[in-house]
Design a protein around this ligand. Structure first.
Ligand code: ATP
Length: 342
């Protein structure tokens, strides 16, 4: 039997970010129980694996379970470890919205790992938040990619969300929301129902179409959200050269995104009674990417700081799967500090 220090040097923590597009698992060594800012930079990743969708709403329970098992096994194998080395695992999985969703995934994991392994099952927003807070599940996270959502968590376990209901239900700050408004503006301008816009030439050129009429066929050919949302950088480039229509669409998206954060902050009193308390706001997703010209993320940050001067906005340096692993590490650290042995 190995000594306790042997065990620590071989022990690992796993973090899983389970999304609708892909699922990532990372394997980290057991980090020292130090303050977050004292963690090694960059964090040592022993193994990383990627697989497809693990949202049970999209692919069904069997496929979701297989994907999670596969990605975990692969990350461990790339790290040269087996399951007996795992001390804790955090899975941040999209579609986990209810205790029964957590229970289901927990049961799958209980079949993979012995009872002493700490298993945490969360929504994928927790992994995104933790990637900015280095594992602490406190504050607000704004995710704006193809879709958008704002989530907030308090240290005493309360949570709230805003937006994220999908494009039919008004996620205008999402990539899909921005691009569909821009496509609509082109069709309106063509009909004479709206002002002329540079978006017309820009979209036609980029999509290889001859006339705005052809946009109708283009959208019907494949209306997947990500395909439409991919047009956002074109909207940004038109706004950057002064197109009023594109500029208005982006300003509206900024308002919507900031409003989602504000709704969550108010519901959870994250900013305190007078709105000046300090709390983290983690910004994740392609739409919030740092742009040199029209920067949606920066405009959202400005709007949040105007309302809550104490907010600490963070663009994470590590991926959400690492955030999930750090969440597990943080929970273990807190248990240790509270005197509960591992
Ligand atoms: N520089 C940029 N400025 C603004 N938007 C951008 C930029 N680069 C990419 N995007 C947009 O970001 C979106 C993709 O972001 P991301 O990869 O985070 O989303 P996703 O993971 O597909 O979606 P979701 O998070 O909703 O599952 C697309 O709408 C794309 O057009």
């Amino acid at each position: 039997m190995g000594s306790e220090s042997d065990e620590c040097s071989t022990a690992v923590i796993l973090g899983v970010d389970g999304g609708t597009t892909s699922t990532i698992c990372v394997c980290l060594p057991l980090l020292p129980f130090c303050e977050q800012h004292q963690l090694p930079d960059p964090l040592p990743v022993l193994g990383r694996a990627a697989a497809g969708c693990s949202n049970h709403n999209s692919v069904g329970e069997n496929a979701a379970r297989e994907t999670l098992e596969q990605v975990i096994n692969e990350a461990l194998s790339r790290a040269g470890k087996n399951r007996s080395a795992v001390l804790a695992i955090c899975l941040g999985v999209s579609g986990v919205n209810h205790p029964s969703d957590q229970e289901r995934i927990l049961n799958w994991m209980r079949n993979m790992f012995p009872g002493n392994v700490k298993i945490y099952v969360q929504n994928d927003a927790v992994a995104a938040l933790a990637s900015g807070t280095m594992g602490k599940p406190h504050g607000c996270v704004l995710i704006a990619g193809t879709g958008c959502i704002a989530y907030g968590f308090t240290e005493d376990g309360r949570e709230a969300r805003a937006a994220g209901a999908g494009p039919v239900l008004g996620d205008w700050g999402s990539g899909y929301g921005i691009a569909s408004r821009a496509l609509t503006a082109v069709v309106k301008a063509h009909d004479g129902r709206g002002p002329e816009t540079m978006l017309t030439d820009c979209f036609l050129k980029s999509l290889g179409l001859a006339s705005p009429d052809e946009i109708i066929g283009w959208t019907y050919a494949d209306s997947s959200w990500a395909r439409i949302a991919a047009l956002v950088p074109l909207v940004v480039s038109c706004a950057e050269v002064g197109d009023q229509v594109a500029d208005e669409i982006l300003k509206n998206a900024v308002q919507e995104l900031a409003l989602s954060v504000k709704a969550v902050v108010q519901r959870l009193y994250l900013a305190g009674e007078d709105g000046s308390d300090s709390f983290p706001v983690v910004m994740v997703g392609g739409v919030l990417e740092n742009n040199k010209g029209w920067d949606i993320g920066k405009e959202v940050i400005d709007s949040i700081l105007k309302a809550y001067p104490g907010a600490c906005t963070i663009r994470p340096k590590v991926e959400p799967a690492i955030g999930a692993a750090l969440f597990a590490w943080n929970m273990m650290k807190e248990k240790e500090a509270n005197g509960q042995s591992r």
